[in-house]
Design a protein around this ligand. Structure first.
Ligand code: IVH
Length: 665
């Protein structure tokens, strides 16, 4: 079995589960948009591989056969679909073709409801049925009768003995708000959107509340009337024709069509349209060209549909997740039934902070509006309190860190965890990311393992990791990093020491200091030493830095002083001067102790002058030997400092050797 076929069969099973969840439990597991996209993928596969399909009812009448009601209705003339195009160019081509065949085009909304057929006999409504798979649908005459306020379905059609009218059964905005309010009042969970609502209404065994719906007519099988005449006749009979719902214009050039397509897209985006619609339908006006063009097995060739990419969608919020960021900030993320918006399917979006949620009274279980446009991070705009069923409780999060359980600082809009253990892993991941130290190979899992194993207690510790420590790093389920990865990461870490100062500053992860801030500080102060000695006033000289940010940054520098020392000692770039000088400063990052009398070239130097020499060479002079000591300059073997250095394995050199080490200074 090919991977493609496996995906196809999985898609079928998923869609069946979604269907069952939708109809039988009223707890949908995916949004309409996602479901439609899934069906489209299934349909595409089946068209390309008609011999490899599995048996399913996904394209049959919705809900058909669930409860034994709704006998099959054969559609003598198949109920066709519409060919969909995705680009404006394709619209242009279609319009040009129609015009070349002698027909202008009309524009109609692509209505988002249920395609149904109404059959009249002896001038009376005799039967209503769903489209089903196009050839056979389900009898919904009784279901239709159960809808209390039905607009656009005349009981009788004077003068027409036998008539079949096809169109879309839907809920207009006002139908939807009225019906949903009644539904909620009757104790049932609200429908998330008009499309769900009409489908659920037609399927329900018993409704138990007043509901409203509208029928928009778009087709009479066998009719050979031009669009305008056709619309007039339907209207005279008491129907609402789709033609004329947008405008009455006949378009005779592609440019004005594209203009109108754009205008309508704008209107529907701004909720400025009374019917649920996800696109626009473009049809040839002249009936005379239809027979020439004919139809495929799916769709007529004289009409086509263009679907707008939704930028907004409604869905049901299932959960609100709290997380701790690298700086200890608490974030709130909404988790919802997947929806298709602006070209991708999303199931999570930021809810920013508790105040945002609280002000809008967004509750778990609410129907919410999700918005995403042009790569903007998905947002949850609002909830619909009128759609609540009484089970949704105001959101009241615990005031403790979701990681460590330590109490949160909730004094400001952004809640914070003050427990560093909460954010160390996130801090390390952030510091090694591309915009900071750019140490490839350390992802979230490795960062967490480094913190967990206590090899890394702050970001400076990264630079003292050995290949061996990395090689044996425990990654969970008995896995280790392994020698090759370890060597690669060690190489990356070594290279990261030369990252520009701006990135080193950014990597500190101080609250409210990102990349731009890092670059501005680096440009302004040139060296870490200058930055570290800047007070709040000096920090405010930097573009875009106000008193609050300056204070936060100053606090951060103080808090991170030991980390900054360690970074410098490890040889991480501390600014252009230091970096330029580095080649000429042989003791950079070293702690040096001197003992005994100096000889040779250094014989004349006092201890103080020796210390100055060490500092000039980039080292740190110290009076006592410890495990932090890098070098002992020894004029007296056997002294207590010599013994300690020997014990600790500290490198020991004679004054003569030391003189050659620092001769460039
Ligand atoms: S005309 C033979 N007009 O979209 C004519 N259909 O995706 C076929 N639809 O199954 C239909 N709005 O249910 C037509 N203004 C409109 C429509 C429309 C929505 C539906 C129709 C069709 C589906 C195709």
């Amino acid at each position: 079995m090919t991977a493609e076929r496996t995906t196809y069969t999985e898609n079928v099973r998923l869609a069946e589960r979604a269907n069952a969840a939708y109809y039988q439990s009223s707890e949908p597991i995916m949004s309409d948009g996602a479901f439609d996209a899934l069906l489209e993928r299934i349909g595409t596969y089946e068209e390309a591989h008609p011999d490899q399909t599995v048996s399913h009812q996904l394209f049959s009448a919705p809900g058909g056969g669930l409860d034994g009601e709704g006998a099959d209705v054969a559609h003598e003339v198949p109920m066709l679909s519409l060919d969909k195009v995705r680009t404006l160019e394709e619209i242009g081509k279609f319009v040009q073709l129609m015009i070349s065949l002698g027909s202008p085009v009309t524009l109609e909304p692509k209505l988002d409801g249920l395609a149904i057929s109404l059959e009249y006999r002896d001038g009376r409504l005799f039967r209503a049925s769903t489209r089903g798979d196009g050839r056979t649908g389900e009898d919904i005459t009784g279901r239709l009768a159960a809808i209390s306020h039905l607009t656009g379905v005349p009981e009788t059609v004077p003068g027409a003995d036998v008539l079949e009218v096809r169109g879309e059964l839907l809920m207009s905005k006002s139908d939807f708000s009225e019906s949903n309010a009644n539904r909620v009042a009757s104790g049932k969970a609200a429908f998330a959107n008009p499309r769900n609502a009409i489908a659920g209404t037609v399927r329900a065994d018993t409704l138990g509340y007043d509901s409203s719906a509208t029928f928009i007519a778009y087709d009479v099988p066998g009719s050979d009337e031009d669009a305008d005449l056709f619309a007039t006749h339907l209207q005279q009979l008491g129907f609402i024709p789709s033609n004329g719902l947008l405008d009455e214009v006949f378009y005779a050039d592609d440019e004005s069509v594209l203009d109108a397509v754009e205008r309508f897209g704008f209107a529907r985006e701004h909720d400025d349209y009374p019917y649920p619609t996800d696109g626009i339908v473009i049809k040839a006006v002249r009936a005379g060209i239809r027979p020439k063009l004919g139809a495929t097995s799916r769709a007529p060739r004289w009409a086509m549909a263009y679907k707008y990419e939704a930028k907004k969608a409604t869905t049901v919020l299932r959960d609100i997740v709290m997380d701790v960021g690298r700086t200890g900030n608490i974030s709130f993320t909404g988790v919802f039934d997947p929806v298709h918006v602006d070209g991708s399917t999303i199931a999570r979006a930021t809810l920013h902070n508790f105040a945002f949620i609280n002000e809008r009274d967004i509750r778990v279980g609410d129907t919410v509006e999700v918005y995403k446009a042009n790569d903007v991070i998905p947002r949850i705009n609002r909830s619909f309190p009128e759609l609540r069923d009484g089970t949704q409780q105001p959101y009241d999060p615990v005031r403790v860190s979701p990681k460590s359980g330590s109490p949160l600082d909730t004094g400001e809009v952004i809640w914070r965890s003050t427990d560093p253990a909460d954010s160390l892993g996130s801090w390390v991941s952030y510091a090694v990311s591309r915009d900071c130290l750019d140490i490839e190979g350390i992802g979230g899992e490795i960062a967490a393992a480094l913190v967990e194993s206590e090899l890394v207690g702050d970001i400076a510790d990264l630079f003292s990791l050995t290949v061996e420590e990395l090689t044996t790093l425990q990654l969970g389920e008995g896995r280790t990093l392994g020698g090759r990865n370890a060597a690669k990461i060690a190489g990356e870490i070594e290279a990261a020491k030369a990252q520009p100062l701006a990135r080193v500053i950014t990597a500190l992860g101080i609250r409210r200091s990102g990349r731009t801030f890092g670059r501005r500080l680096a440009a302004h102060f040139q060296t870490m030493a200058a930055l570290r000695s800047a007070d709040v006033d000096e920090l405010q000289q930097v573009e875009g830095v106000g008193p609050e940010r300056a204070r936060l940054f100053r606090d951060g520098l103080d808090r991170l002083a030991p980390v900054l020392d360690k970074l410098a000692a490890a040889g991480v770039n501390m600014g252009s001067q230091v970096a330029d000088d580095q080649a000429a400063r042989p003791l950079d990052g070293m702690t040096v102790v001197v003992t005994g009398a100096m000889t040779g070239a250094l014989a004349a130097l006092s201890r103080n002058e020796m210390n100055e020499l060490i500092e000039r060479a980039g080292g740190r002079a110290s009076g006592s030997v410890s495990k932090k000591t890098s070098l002992l300059v020894c004029g007296e073997a056997g002294s207590s400092k010599w013994r300690k250095a020997t014990e600790l394995g500290v490198r020991i050199v004679t004054p003569e050797v030391f003189a050659t080490m620092v001769e460039s200074v």
